[in-house]
Design a protein around this ligand. Structure first.
Ligand code: P6P
Length: 339
């Protein structure tokens, strides 16, 4: 057997993958790798609760306790606290922002502060839980900009083009972790029998153009004329250019973006007459997903500016999001700007 021809073993765990990626950076200290692995520990704990979510009614809860006398929390609160507690003592972070908390989250004074910042949406799409729909956790990691000690808002309010890592956990027909550290996009599927995320989608590349569009057309009458013309264009008959596109909308951001990432296509949550900035948050939804899609060869815009170039001004600011296959996003932006 020629050792040079040995394929990567099938059981290529996330831990091994991260350590091997770290070797590409001689200056790497391992802090970043351990931060990513700590996050996946939280993901495994949340996975255990997600798989039980549908059983709450069967297992029974009395007020805020279940039959085992355990405190029952809403899953998104549980996810929020699990991620915070998995990372607050590691000495890797100086501050966090969560979709669940109005203010920035400080590291408890009894723990050391580190050089990274975590912005996260602990459980996006939680309204889909009761219908057993897909849900996701989204994370964005920056290097701090303040010199030392406890982090503060300047550390959190950084543009997406300064992210050092981004990713999401997707609870769907399987549990997947998809992330990028700026060296491409890689997907890992959770094998509960060994309690590991195993490499399943190495170096994901998204098609330059897709044939799927994902948006809530219930808002059609509130959109700008340019955007309405774009969606009408996607629905028009032009087989030579792959139209009409197929409409696919799960109503869970991670699931819709992930499907389009793999198959090609475009996801749009634009502004409208009711919500000029749309619904999605810049720091912990648009920025991390835009980094992922761009690293896979796609594009992301608010209709006028590249998402990753936007300078955040507040923790929970909303932004219109058009993200997916590069040629589709470029075409959508042309229609939107014609207005
Ligand atoms: P709408 C879920 O609430 C969410 O934040 C995203 O996961 C999803 O893409 C979007 O909102 C769906 O919003 O207005 O279409 O129900």
């Amino acid at each position: 057997m020629n050792p040079e021809t040995i394929e990567k073993p099938k059981t290529y765990t996330l831990g091994r993958f991260i350590m091997e990626q770290e070797r590409n950076y001689p200056a790497a200290t391992g802090e970043f790798s351990s931060l990513l692995l700590d996050f996946t520990l939280a993901a495994k704990i949340i996975t255990r609760e997600v798989s039980k979510a549908g059983l709450v009614n069967i297992l029974g809860v009395t007020g805020s306790e279940n039959v085992h006398g355990e405190k029952v929390q809403k899953l998104d609160v549980f996810a929020h606290e699990t991620i915070y507690k998995a990372l607050d003592h590691t000495g890797q972070l100086c501050v966090m922002t969560s979709e669940e908390e109005e203010m920035i989250l400080h590291i408890p004074s009894r723990y050391p502060c580190g050089k990274y910042v975590l912005n996260y949406d602990p459980l996006d799409g939680s309204s889909n839980i009761d219908s057993n729909g897909s849900i996701g956790s989204i994370f964005s990691i920056h290097r701090r900009v303040t010199p030392e000690g406890r982090g503060s808002e300047p550390d959190v309010l950084q543009p997406g083009n300064r992210q050092v890592a981004a990713g999401y956990i997707l609870w769907g027909s399987s549990v997947m972790l998809v992330f990028s550290t700026g060296q491409g996009v890689h997907g890992f599927t959770y094998d509960s029998s060994v309690g590991e995320f195993l490499l399943s989608h190495e170096n994901i590349r998204t098609p330059e153009r897709g044939a799927i569009y994902s948006t809530n057309e219930g808002n059609y009458n509130r959109w700008t004329p340019g955007l309405r013309r774009y969606i009408d264009h996607l629905k028009s008959e032009d087989p030579a250019n792959g139209r009409p596109y197929t409409a696919r909308y799960i109503g869970s951001l991670c699931a819709d973006v992930h499907r389009n990432l793999l198959y090609g296509g475009i996801y749009l949550y634009p502004g409208d007459t009711r919500n000029p900035n749309g619904k999605l948050r810049l720091l912990y939804e648009a920025n991390p997903l835009s980094m992922i899609v761009e690293q896979a060869g796609g594009a992301a815009s608010d209709g006028h500016t590249r998402i990753l170039d936007l300078q955040p001004t507040s923790l929970h600011q909303r932004v219109p999001l058009i993200v997916g296959s590069r040629l589709d996003v470029e075409e959508a932006v042309r229609f939107i700007q014609e207005n």
